[in-house]
Design a protein around this ligand. Structure first.
Ligand SMILES: Cc1cc2nc3c(=O)[nH]c(=O)nc-3n(C[C@H](O)[C@H](O)[C@H](O)COP(=O)(O)OP(=O)(O)OC[C@H]3O[C@@H](n4cnc5c(N)ncnc54)[C@H](O)[C@@H]3O)c2cc1C
Length: 400
């Protein structure tokens, strides 16, 4: 368990340079880098850690490269994740195995703990078990106010800048117009569980992906010998048959082996997966990770985008703490979209295609006879090339 390094009383006693709300990958990476720049930063989360977060736990090449750049290679090795070598796609009787150039399957709760510890070691203060709400901004305020309820009392924490890293946006928890959430009708919902009882066919190092009429299911072995089952499912089908029922149907359609024990654990779900904010910033507020917008999980872009944006926000944070200007809303919007749009576009295209198993079967047929097409797609999904482009090594230009 990770203990808080400060108390709510202490956190209220002064104005923070930065409060980061949400200690998933986006928030922890932001807090880590902000602390390294010598700013006073509080990282706060409503959960206590370790906490469960529904996730396939697959870090793609882009995520791994950014974590290494942040100096976290040793900490990453200590997670003892399972290197990923292969993606095995099944749609009906069509099957396709694609080589993965990189990737690591980790236990998500351990990754989150590792990142929070790195932020604390760098000097960030950490406060868990506190749900924070953004109070309305006043035009001439030099700070933003965050509030939390303790019994009947409303407690307040003040910050020159707030980084919102609260994950998939559920509703408009703020009155800042720019931060309004737009969600897509008929978007799929996330569901998943972990199990230690599963057929031996689910071997280490492969992402098994079953595609069916009512959704798709990813199955991956993680570091502690468990099988992580994570799915994006049609919400109407889930209302009729519960997530485990829909997952069982998708596995059957794809011809995947399963046992009843695989479905007997606790299942967790999410709200509709496709949603975004009008603008990922407001007065003295910058939004990172899923909180800024999210499509559907398939490509490993989720954590990669969270980590990338948590890191990229830091120069904006430094500027904003020194002197806030409304121009920063536009600047961060531009930067955030530059970072996230390619991933969101890919996810949207894939999510669209995956709704039609017949098209997927056709595509599998094409890639089976033209393997170079499959390799190109996997390179795109892993995006180490994108990491290079956004973080060119000294002496290299990003352009070819
Ligand atoms: C079914 C499924 C499978 C997935 N599989 C993968 C995968 O294999 N690979 C991949 O890269 N991505 C995957 N993703 C996506 C990935 O999980 C997310 O993109 C990633 O967690 C985003 O990180 P984040 O830091 O933005 O938000 P989160 O990880 O969601 O963290 C947000 C944090 O904010 C806290 N919080 C929220 N509100 C408040 C509040 N008001 N006050 C204080 N704290 C608050 C929460 O407790 C949470 O800890 C998957 C997602 C789903 C649903």
């Amino acid at each position: 368990m990770i203990e808080s390094t400060t108390t709510l009383n202490e956190a209220q006693s002064s104005v923070w340079d930065v409060v980061v709300v949400g200690a998933g990958p986006a928030g922890s990476v932001a807090a880590l880098e902000i602390a390294r720049r010598g700013l006073r930063v509080l990282l706060a989360d409503r959960s206590t850690f370790p906490r469960h977060k529904l996730c396939g736990g697959c870090l793609n090449g882009d995520a791994l490269a950014t974590l290494r750049d942040l100096g976290l290679e040793n900490a990453l090795n200590q997670l003892h994740g399972e290197p990923l070598h292969q993606l095995s796609l099944h749609a009906g009787r069509r099957r396709l195995n694609l080589k993965l150039p990189s990737g690591l399957a980790v236990t998500r709760s351990r990754l989150d703990e590792m990142l929070i510890m790195a932020a604390i070691d760098a000097g960030a203060s950490f406060l868990s078990g506190i749900s924070l709400k953004l109070e309305p901004a006043l035009p001439d305020d030099a700070v933003r106010v965050l509030s939390t309820q303790r019994g009947n009392t409303t407690e307040r924490i003040l910050a020159r800048l707030v980084v919102v890293a609260t994950g998939l946006p559920i509703g408009n928890a703020t009155t800042d117009a720019g931060l309004d959430v737009v969600s897509t009708n008929n978007s799929r919902i996330g569901a998943g569980t972990t199990t230690s009882s599963f057929p031996p066919e689910y071997t280490v190092g492969t992402i098994f992906m079953a595609i069916g009429q009512n959704g798709y299911v990813g199955l991956t072995r993680t570091d502690n010998g468990t099988l992580n089952i994570a799915a994006a499912l049609d919400s109407k089908a889930v209302r009729k048959a519960k997530p485990e029922g829909v997952v069982e149907d998708v596995l059957k359609e794809a011809g995947f082996p399963f046992t009843s024990e695989m479905f007997s654990g606790e299942w967790r779900g999410t709200v509709g997966l496709t949603r975004c904010r009008q603008v990922p910033a407001a007065t003295r507020v910058l939004v990172v990770g899923d909180a800024g917008g999210y499509v559907e999980p398939f490509t490993g872009d989720g954590m990669a985008g969270a980590i990338r944006s948590g890191r990229a926000v830091v120069p904006f944070v430094e500027r904003a703490v020194l002197e806030w200007s409304p121009q920063m809303i536009r600047d961060w919007k531009f930067e955030f979209q530059k970072l996230m749009k390619p991933g969101h576009r890919r996810c949207r295209i894939l999510a669209g295609v995956l709704r039609y198993p017949t098209i997927v079967r056709g595509l599998i047929g094409i890639v089976s006879v033209m393997p170079s097409v499959g390799d190109a797609v996997i390179r795109q999904l892993n995006r180490e090339d994108c990491h290079e482009m956004l973080n060119p090594r000294p002496g290299h230009s990003g352009a070819a």
